[in-house]
Design a protein around this ligand. Sequence first.
Ligand SMILES: [Zn+2]
Length: 233
Amino acid sequence: MFTTNQRCGSCMQIVDLRFDHVAEVRRRDPRPLNEQVPSHIRGLHIQVQEDADAVEGVGRGVCPKCGQPMMASFATTRRVLKSIIEHLADEAPLFGGDGLITVTDIYPAVRKPSETTDWPDPVVQNYRDAFEIRHAKVSDSAKVSAFVTCLEVALKALGTTGKNVRSRIDDALEKKLITEALHQWAHHLRDLRNDAIHDGTAEEGSADELFEFLELFLHMTFRLPREIAAKQD
Ligand SMILES: [Zn+2]
């Protein structure tokens, strides 16, 4: 068998994708006239293939978590591609594993985290953690806690003061860094985190909506002001 560790574009989980079908991607570019077969061997079909040739392949399989089809295109050598195809049905993984190929694309495509170029580094780091946790198989309580941690880091980066998240959220409103609606949402998120800490529970299914709020919060506090300033110049 041949498996590669990839993120499924359907369920967003990182899974071991086992290929059940692999093929070489063949490109048939027309050859320039002066490279065509010389007259004395015209009529012979010559095809020189070396084991070390760089080739592109495509592998197909099913996500072990959600059962949806997945496809990966990858770069490798002809030797490796041949050996992957020969060992597809084996139960033992092919020696060398994942490192034998370089995956260039996954279908369906994986959704990327939002544009983060305007966000401060600690915020980007925490946002990426929150993004990973959002798609992990953990409870909504754990997800909500990670989102609040990211919110807190963002509030610090915005220059708010206060001894806890609650006072920082209020400080952000006082300093007109956030709108009243964002202020209420932030408190809502913090309340859910506190419930989760005290009861070990969070409203199941709420994590997706809360993550969208977190993204909106980061967009409105770090990106939007710069966009507006750029327009005013
Ligand atoms: Zn999946």
